[in-house]
Design a protein around this ligand. Structure first.
Ligand SMILES: [Zn+2]
Length: 279
């Protein structure tokens, strides 16, 4: 979107600013014009509250690369210059919202059902998922966790869960029907031994997880050979995300490509935040 006019404020806006209502409204309107879909638009009310100040800080951090944003726009400062630079919209939209950066806090409610121990411990995977989503002001909460006792026959049957990772009558679907006892507003995360696509040769366990689930029963599977960010990735599928080949993206199809904390693109984040499971 092209910005054709420069904004002007008579006094400072934001933390510790003069915050005259007309100036605050001017800044709120411009922030809304620049932010794109991944951020939640500010109410243009002329009040310099925590959301407006948080959004100024997000802009300063994302666009001006301030390490210590002061959450304030001064009449002749760097921040207003950037607010009047049409290129700032592109820059800002390419950076996901900072934690607490003016976006409403949301929560994911997860329940864990384990029929197998995993190579990467539950604790490590859970902490990793918490960190990934915390980048976007989304809290991951463990609502319940159970190690599930299976009958001897079921234990043998589900030692390797056969699935093509589509909803149907495969073993993964049977397992969900059997063990998913959580509310439809929450996500049931299963830990299983191996997942095996019958189209593959035995021993070629390609799936490290699967996010396919029955309608109205959100669930995903994490295989024992999954990596540190596997849980966070599979939960991403349940929240409506497909794969993304960008290096460092949480939804990259091969887990080995995560050098550090994986990220979501602004478009992916918008999808996640719109999911009824993210509330
Ligand atoms: Zn995947």
């Amino acid at each position: 979107m092209a910005i054709h006019s420069s904004i002007f404020i008579s006094g400072s806006v934001g933390r510790g600013g003069k915050n005259q209502a007309a100036d605050v409204s001017t800044v709120q309107t411009r922030l809304n014009e620049l932010m794109g879909n991944a951020r939640t638009a500010l109410k243009v009310d002329g009040l310099s509250g925590s959301k407006t100040q948080g959004m100024i800080a997000d802009f300063q951090k994302s666009v001006l690369k301030f390490n210590w944003p002061d959450s304030r726009v001064d009449p002749n400062g760097k921040t207003i210059q950037a607010l009047n630079d049409p290129k700032s919209a592109t820059t800002w939209r390419s950076v996901p919202p900072a934690s607490g950066g003016g976006t409403a806090k949301k929560t994911l409610h997860l329940h864990f059902r384990s029929i197998s121990l995993t190579d990467v411990s539950f604790d490590t995977q859970f902490r990793a998922a918490v960190k990934v989503y915390a980048q976007y002001n989304i809290t991951v909460v463990m609502k319940s966790g159970k190690s599930v006792w299976l009958s001897e026959a079921d234990r043998k049957k589900f030692k390797r869960v056969d699935t093509s990772c589509v909803v149907g009558n495969d073993e993964w679907s049977v397992l969900q029907k059997l063990l998913n006892d959580v509310p439809s507003s929450d996500i049931c995360v299963f830990f299983v031994g191996r997942l095996w696509d019958p189209k593959e040769k035995p021993g070629d366990e390609m799936f490290l997880g699967c996010g396919a689930h029955r309608p109205g029963a959100p669930a995903c599977a994490v295989a024992a050979n999954g990596s540190k960010y596997d849980m966070a990735h599979e939960v991403g599928h349940v929240l409506g995300l497909g794969h993304d080949g960008t290096n460092g993206n949480l939804m990259h199809p091969t887990q080995a490509s995560y050098p550090k904390l994986p990220v979501l693109s602004p478009a992916q984040l918008a999808t996640v935040r719109k999911s009824p499971l993210c509330r």
